[in-house]
Design a protein around this ligand. Structure first.
Ligand code: HGY
Ligand code: MN
Ligand code: MN
Length: 419
């Protein structure tokens, strides 16, 4: 069998079609989890699948599966894919590239009549981003643990306050023709193509990155409470101003955490001050912290420091502080066997690559708990992501897709028999 290559034109056309769903004026997408645009993208993928004779399933957390049969469908499937949901001002490649590259791979197998020993399934995991409903990676977390945490159903959306349970039900109902599966099933292996969301590959002029693992992530929600009072009549000594406490705490944390450790990532992405009146000292100041590091021990140390600094800053202003951990994703390393299949695939295709750690979390982190998993990165312009200007050169999208195809052909016991 000559070297199989994907239909790059078709992949690029699909990327454009999906980028039109939830498109923003600046060329990005707003396709947040369990919203109308998210449902529209899932419907389009399901429609494309049915047109190719693939079967479509979803599970109770609305993970979407596109199944291409193998010779023995009792065998655990190879799963390839990513996510279709996006950030509120996200890019058109984050998640979509991995999902559509996976779909292009099974279309290519179909085009060339390639029969596989086991089913090959494309998956679009629900709510990878976690910005509308926290935590992120809800779909892959629930799949890997085979449970939906009871606390999730009453979660409220950060954008419009909608309840998670209702949005999930509406999403499931938006694909009436899809079969229903239980939550979680045995998986042979999981592979995910994704943009690097960092500058390394572009800087080094490499088309492909072989991802060896993912750093740890923790999300904290900090709420400082003081006493609202008149802005004009309350002298300093009578104030218990939570925003003043927040500014002091964040000032010292920004000065301490990242400058002292190049591997640390500390981000405050959301802040809210209540009651939000111009002329009233705030009652509460609440903000989120996204904390990342390749080492769990360092994450513990940084979280300890954050807690101490926040509590000191609060008491210095006569305020209270509560800190809730919203999300804790320990770092993970991918399995050597699947990584060597990726090395062989890159060699066979002549792709120059480097091995690297992912700074962003991905569904592969959770899938790695239940099946050998790995990721293939492609460069994105200036390493920019979670930004509407996110861009991937067409040849890199196609290279990532061909690398995925080559990788699955390298996987042992995914016996490929030609038609
Ligand atoms: O935040 C992340 O790391 C992922 O891109 N959602
Ligand atoms: Mn992503
Ligand atoms: Mn993302």
């Amino acid at each position: 069998m000559g070297q199989l290559v994907v239909n790059g034109e078709r992949l690029l056309a699909n990327l454009d079609r999906f980028a039109a769903i939830g498109a923003t004026k600046k060329g990005g997408v707003n396709r947040q989890a369990l919203t109308g645009p998210d449902r529209e993208a899932r419907r389009l993928l399901a429609q494309l699948a049915v047109e190719r004779g693939f079967s479509v399933f979803q599970d109770p957390i609305a993970n979407l599966f596109i199944c291409r049969k193998g010779r023995d469908d009792s065998l655990a499937p190879l799963l390839i894919g990513s996510h279709l949901d996006s950030q509120p001002s996200g890019g058109r490649f984050d998640g979509a590239l991995g999902t559509l590259a996976a779909f292009e791979v099974i279309e290519t197998l179909e085009d060339f009549g390639i029969e596989t020993e086991r089913p090959v399934e494309v998956v679009a995991f629900t709510n990878e981003e976690g910005c509308r409903f926290a935590p992120g990676c809800m779909g892959s977390t629930a799949f890997a643990s085979r449970t939906i945490p009871s606390g999730w159903s009453s979660l409220r959306a950060a954008d419009d306050g909608a309840e998670f349970a209702g949005e999930l039900a509406a999403t499931l109902q938006s694909l009436p023709g899809a079969g229903m599966r239980d939550l979680g099933f045995p998986v042979f292996a999981f592979l995910e193509v994704h943009i690097e969301q960092g500058p390394s590959l572009e800087k080094e002029g490499l088309p492909i990155g072989i991802v060896t693992g993912i750093q740890g992530t923790r999300w904290l929600e900090v709420t400082l409470s003081g006493q609202t009072a008149h802005a004009g009549t309350t002298a300093l000594i009578y104030r218990r101003d939570p925003f003043h406490a927040a500014v002091n705490a964040l000032g010292s944390l920004f000065a301490a955490i990242m400058p002292s450790d190049p591997a640390a990532r500390f981000t405050v992405g959301r802040i809210a001050v209540q009651p939000g009146a111009v002329n009233a000292i705030p009652q509460t100041a609440a903000f989120t912290i996204d904390l990342r590091h390749p080492s769990s021990e360092r994450l513990d140390e940084m979280e300890e420091k954050i807690r101490a600094v926040v509590h000191d800053a609060a008491s210095a202003q006569g305020c209270e502080a509560t800190i809730r951990q919203m999300f804790d994703m320990p770092p993970a390393n991918f399995e050597a066997g699947i990584l060597s299949a990726l090395d062989r695939a890159a060699q066979e295709r002549g792709f120059a690559t480097r091995r690297m750690l992912s700074g962003a979390f991905h569904d592969a982190l959770f899938m790695n708990r239940v099946a050998p998993s790995a990721m293939i990165f492609v460069p994105c312009r200036d390493g920019l992501s979670h930004n509407e200007a996110e861009h991937v050169e067409p040849e890199h999208s196609v290279a990532g897709c061909n690398m995925l195809l080559a990788a699955i052909l390298q996987l042992p016991s995914l016996v490929i028999v030609t038609g």
